[in-house]
Design a protein around this ligand. Structure first.
Ligand code: FAD
Length: 428
């Protein structure tokens, strides 16, 4: 691991845009905190409607999760559809899943209509079942998805697995044809260009340090001066800091790490990922993987090991997961590894809400490529008093004994890791 590059592979093609040299204006209609997909989607929509918008990011523009993710466009919810029906009732479960369908279609339309060059491919996602019981549950999920949502999902039985994967780790799988992939950092750049073309100003390396009520609006303190605005959008998700202590007590930041292999032969790729799809597993500690956009490398992401301090050791741990799936990769080198933060709410659902006049969209629970673009746009529509309805309306609940530092994660990850090992040991 000594030669591994500790920056996102994606930045080789599209690094986060450097900060603009623009002056911070002392007044504007809307200040947006965070320049990832959420903040930029909101900025674009508001600027296109004619409002003056400044976006502030304490890092470079989009340097948070939005230029680091795996680029799998699942619009996933942690809760499966069957479980959602049991928990919320059929009507509400259909509403939240239908919103996912609309959000995926909206993202595809944004890419297509604006000709965003981001290696977008719509070739489905396969999720492997770790044992026969889990495969049975997947078959029932497929029936529900197709009956109520007409998704064209398929259950893939063990004899048909070689068409989907070279891995022997699975007892079957679930195929969702409506899920695609993109190059996350290229999409980020495309979205930033749409926002600036519409008139929004992006200030990288400009932290927002505090927000106070001022008359009908707010005074937003930034590292480069105070701005008086009518509206504020908080779009900080997994990077929320002490400038918003209220939100910090409601979002658990979890570190997600990715590794990328060196280029492998076409023959090996044809064997391991014959359909070149996005891939996942039904673990509690989720693992997801995919081919690189050029189809030459495999990229895998999973939770960073708890208490990890050394990025190379963490990369080695994540690489071991890849070899666990594909032993054929045991001698293949890792070229890049990096991490970033995702945010979970206690209810494990995305959230959009207004509090004390400030608008929020967050808590995508590790699946924000689709949700952040969607709810960032919805937040803007709410400010414009247009159609901002969402099934995810509501503030995240407070997490008891939590101040933003997730002290309980090592124990939680140990518990989920144990449950995953039990899954693997069940009949396959
Ligand atoms: C390694 C990794 C892999 C992932 N893989 C996938 C995947 O395959 N599919 C998927 O759907 N999702 C994935 N995700 C999740 C997805 O990337 C995020 O949910 C999504 O990008 C969130 O977008 P956002 O704009 O809300 O937040 P971010 O892109 O994280 O942006 C938040 C920004 O807020 C800024 N900020 C915070 N505080 C302040 C402040 N006080 N002042 C100014 N700026 C501030 C930060 O600097 C940051 O840039 C992954 C995430 C990671 C980290």
């Amino acid at each position: 691991m000594s030669g591994v590059i500790l920056n996102p592979y994606w930045w080789d093609a599209a690094g986060p845009p450097v900060s603009t040299a623009d002056q911070v204006l002392s007044t504007c209609d809307v200040a947006i905190v965070g320049a990832g997909y959420t903040g930029l989607s909101a900025a674009r929509t508001l600027a296109e409607a004619g409002l003056s918008v400044q976006v502030f990011d304490k890092q470079r523009v989009g340097e948070g999760a939005s230029s680091r993710n795996g680029g799998i466009l699942s619009g996933n919810l942690r809760i499966g559809f069957g479980a959602a029906i049991r928990k919320y009732g059929l009507e509400q479960a259909v509403a939240i899943y239908r919103e996912g369908i609309a959000a995926r279609q909206f993202l595809a339309a944004t890419i297509r209509d604006n000709a965003i060059d981001c290696d977008f491919q719509m070739n489905g996602r396969f999720t492997g079942a770790l044992n026969l019981d889990d495969f049975g549950a997947m078959q029932r999920e497929v029936d529900l998805l197709n009956t109520h949502l007409d998704l064209g999902a398929q259950a893939i039985a063990k004899p048909d697995l070689p068409d989907e994967t070279g891995s022997t780790a699975y007892s079957g799988g679930l195929l969702r044809p409506d899920i695609g992939m993109f190059h996350p950092a290229k999409f980020l750049r495309g979205l930033a260009t749409l926002a600036t073309d519409a008139g929004a100003t992006l200030h990288g390396e400009t932290a927002v340090t505090g927000i106070a009520r001022k008359g009908e609006g707010f005074a937003v303190a930034t590292a480069r001066g105070t701005v008086t605005v009518r509206h504020v959008v908080m779009a900080t998700n997994g990077y929320t800091d002490a400038s918003d202590r209220w939100l910090r007590r409601r979002l658990v930041p979890i570190t997600s790490r990715m590794v990328v292999t060196e280029e492998i032969s076409d023959n090996l790729m044809n064997h391991l990922l014959p359909r070149r799809r996005a891939m996942g597993e039904n673990r509690n500690l989720y693992r997801y993987y995919r081919p690189s956009p050029d189809g030459k490398r495999i990229m895998l992401g999973s939770r960073e090991p708890a208490l990890s301090r050394d990025p190379r050791a963490a990369a080695e741990h994540v690489r071991a997961g890849l070899v666990d799936i594909f032993p054929e990769l045991s001698d293949v080198a890792i070229t890049h590894s990096w991490s970033g933060y995702v945010a979970f709410s206690r209810e494990e659902l995305p959230r959009i809400f207004e509090r004390d006049g400030i608008h929020y969209a967050c808590a995508y629970c590790g699946s924000g490529t689709v949700w952040a673009h969607w709810l960032g746009t919805k937040v803007a529509l709410r400010i414009l008093e247009k159609d901002g309805d969402s099934a995810f309306d509501g503030a995240p609940k407070m997490i008891p004994f939590f101040d933003g530092r997730p002290w309980f994660l090592p124990a939680a990850m140990a518990w989920y890791g144990l449950k995953d090992r039990q899954k693997v040991r069940r009949p396959r």
